[in-house]
Structures are given as structure tokens and as C-alpha cells.
Design a protein. Structure first.
Length: 94
């Protein structure tokens, strides 16, 4: 598992901790442009999108995290749960 983050990944973590999810999204996306193999950054980007209720974007990034590291059971489980939750939200009209 890669847990090394570029500067923007660390900045994204700071934004996320401060509950500035939009700032976190921008920073995580910059980090991923620099290194698209940062599994944890895709996961964290998914979490930031989830917090902004952009569930389709969250699911897309969870799936990317799974593609980079297919044996990560946590990411696989979160992806499955997010897909179910997103479906329930869309079905309820939310």
C-alpha cells in the first residue's frame, strides 16, 4: 500500500481535517495529476466527494482506488457500500 503523499495530498488532508471539503478535492486532484498511482489519495478524494454529497464522484474515486490496489478489502467494502447508498439516495429523490 502506498501511503506517500505529494505536497498537495498533505494540503488536501489539512483541508479535509478543517472540513473544507472543496479545498480538499482541489488539492487531492492536483496530487493525483502528479502521481495517478496514489491509492489512498483516490480513497480520500472519494471521502471528500461523499462529504459534499457528490456520491457518483465518490463512487468513481473509490473504484479508482480499488483499481490501483485491487486487494484492499477496506476500499472494496467502502465502494460497495457507497454504491448501495448512492442508489438508495437517487431512488428516494435525494
Amino acid at each position: 500500500m502506498r501511503i506517500v503523499f505529494g505536497a498537495n495530498g498533505g494540503i488536501g488532508d489539512a483541508y479535509f481535517s478543517a472540513e473544507d471539503y472543496k479545498g480538499a478535492i482541489v488539492s487531492y486532484e492536483k496530487a493525483l495529476k502528479a502521481d495517478p498511482d496514489l491509492n489512498q489519495t483516490y480513497y480520500k478524494l472519494g471521502e471528500a466527494y461523499k462529504e459534499t454529497k457528490k456520491y457518483d464522484d465518490a463512487i468513481k474515486n473509490y473504484k479508482r482506488a480499488s483499481a490501483v490496489e485491487p486487494d484492499n478489502a477496506l476500499v472494496s467494502a467502502v465502494t460497495e457500500l457507497a454504491q448501495k447508498k448512492g442508489y438508495q439516495i437517487r431512488r428516494a429523490g435525494g
